[in-house]
Write a protein that binds this ligand. Structure first.
Ligand code: HMG
Length: 464
């Protein structure tokens, strides 16, 4: 049985910080954010928003748009790394909010859990729910997987300019209108690492930024190699002499902690794939530089990062490579459209990859590209760390869903906030009811109990 994505709905908070204001306040060159990292605006949650209500808002949009009734939904999973409780799962809050609209117990049959593995958990949730459908357990019902997060780093840290917030809700079924997942090729890679982690009780992560960049690429490459083996052994892809696996992936979607990470990862993967191809020699000649190797090629990530001479040469090599026509062609054709949304919303952790997928669908549709039958490859990464590579093929029916996608109107009227207001929110100086803007037709947080017997209980209402 087939399984895949039938529809996608998004929720992005309307408050945002502009990268130029941010750079000015932190004494940085705005070009570093806009050109260096690809960050123009970062979505910020208001005081009365949290990952649970963003998830519920994305779900509600998905359910309303598809005129679903609660009995049509068999499962609801939430993947997040912005957990609200050590025990109570985020999908239970979402069910509670949706039942304010659909009636008490209307979703009581709709089981699910909260999934955690940094930014990659949404991909594991999609895979598990697709397998529930493939196994014939769904009995014609949909599964909903919602990915929702607030990317929040310490004030003044280098992660601070890669923040963002938002949720993406995906409707899965056995006859998906948008994309059917390729069976038996989903591949993973996992290693116990401390590139980015958030110990219990700490609101912001402890990050080793440059280590995380390199680890991301290594892990995705490993998962891609495993995908390659599976794609060849199942016969999904048949490689001819001089071809690489990426030649058979028409569009590439990467996890996007910031927009330019997609480009960085694409360059890394292409270098790996093209190195053994006959045309690599020609590309190298045009670049006028030999590919550098670290002093200790079998060294650790730390030893490679500490090899300053290699790092500087490698940086220059990557720069020249990304300027070649060969790279640019792949970048423009397969990746660029997926990066547009990330520039204006920032890192959404679990939701970033799927916001990128939606961005690609919307902006390729606007360009008039025919996506029917095209294969999308996904490079999912979560710190800690694990990567997942999988793929799917776009269905002939995709246009009836994608034609209505409009990032700008779905976010709504955005409100730019000053750095002063942003810092007040960041440092939790305002209570839930001291929100900056009014909400309409969405769930908001109205209180978090602090008396001992009910400490931590959260109350949400739907604002008409
Ligand atoms: P940094 O040290 O500020 O940045 O950290 P940099 O010095 O490496 O500069 C960034 C880029 O800007 C470079 O480009 C510079 O050349 C360029 P690149 O070499 O990469 O092509 N640049 C400029 N460009 C134009 N004009 C200028 C200028 N100056 C510099 N004047 C870092 C950047 C991303 C490490 C930091 O922001 C950070 O730690 N972020 C948080 C961690 C992160 O996002 N890691 C990404 C991989 S791990 C991941 O994706 C998982 C994650 O989402 C969490 C999860 O899984 O849950 C984070």
């Amino acid at each position: 049985m087939a399984a895949g994505i039938d529809d996608i709905a998004i929720y992005v908070p309307r408050l945002f910080v502009d990268a130029r204001d941010f750079a000015k306040a932190r004494g940085m060159d705005p070009d570093k954010l806009q050109r260096g990292l690809g960050v123009s605006q970062m979505a910020i949650v208001d005081t009365n928003q949290d990952p649970a209500c963003m998830a519920a808002n994305a779900c509600l949009r998905l359910i309303e748009r598809n005129k679903l009734s609660p009995k049509d939904i068999g499962r609801l999973y939430v993947a997040t790394e912005s957990s609200l409780d050590e025990s109570k799962a985020m999908n239970s809050y979402v069910i509670g909010m949706l039942e304010q609209i659909y009636g008490d117990d209307s979703l009581e049959h709709c089981g699910g859990i909260e999934c955690k593995f940094a930014c990659v958990s949404g991909s594991y949730a999609l895979y598990d729910n697709s397998n529930w459908i493939r196994a014939g357990e769904s009995e014609g019902k949909y599964a909903i997987v919602v990915v929702s997060d607030i990317a929040k780093y310490d004030l003044g840290s280098s992660g601070e300019y890669t923040q963002g917030a938002g949720a993406v809700a995906m409707l899965l079924n056995d006859a998906p209108r948008i994309m059917t997942f390729d069976p038996k090729v989903t591949s993973t890679s996992i290693k116990n690492e401390y590139d980015f982690y958030r110990p219990f009780g700490k609101e912001t992560p402890i990050v080793n930024g440059q280590y995380s960049n390199l680890l991301y690429m290594i892990q995705v490459k490993k998962a891609l190699m495993a995908y390659r083996e599976k794609a060849l052994s199942t016969g999904l892809i048949k490689l001819q002499e001089g071809e690489t696996i990426l030649d058979y992936i028409d569009f590439i979607n990467m996890h996007l902690p910031y927009s330019n990470m997609g480009k960085k990862a694409l360059a890394y993967l292409l270098r790996h794939e093209w190195r053994s191809m006959p045309y690599w020699k020609k590309i190298i000649e045009k670049m006028g530089m030999v590919e550098p190797a670290p002093k200790d090629p079998r060294g650790t990530i730390e030893s490679i990062l500490a090899d300053e001479e290699f790092m500087a040469k490698d940086h220059e090599f990557t720069k020249r490579f990304t300027q070649t026509e060969e790279f640019q062609d792949v970048y423009d054709a397969k990746l660029a459209s997926s990066l547009i949304a990330s520039r204006i919303v920032g890192n959404l952790y679990t939701a970033s990859l799927y916001m990128g997928f939606r961005s690609c669908l919307e902006f390729e549709f606007q360009k008039g590209t025919d996506l029917e039958g095209k294969r999308f490859g996904f490079g999912s990464y979560g710190s800690g760390s694990s990567a997942m590579v999988f793929s799917g093929v776009i269905m002939p029916t995709y246009k009836e869903v994608v034609k209505d996608m409009n990032l700008e109107s779905e976010i709504g009227d955005r409100v730019k906030i000053s750095l002063e207001k942003y810092e007040e929110i960041h440092e939790n100086k305002r209570g839930p009811n001291e929100n900056l803007i009014d909400s309409k037709k969405e769930f908001v947080l109205v209180g978090v109990a602090n008396t001992s017997e009910i400490r931590g209980q959260r109350t949400y209402v739907f604002k008409e």
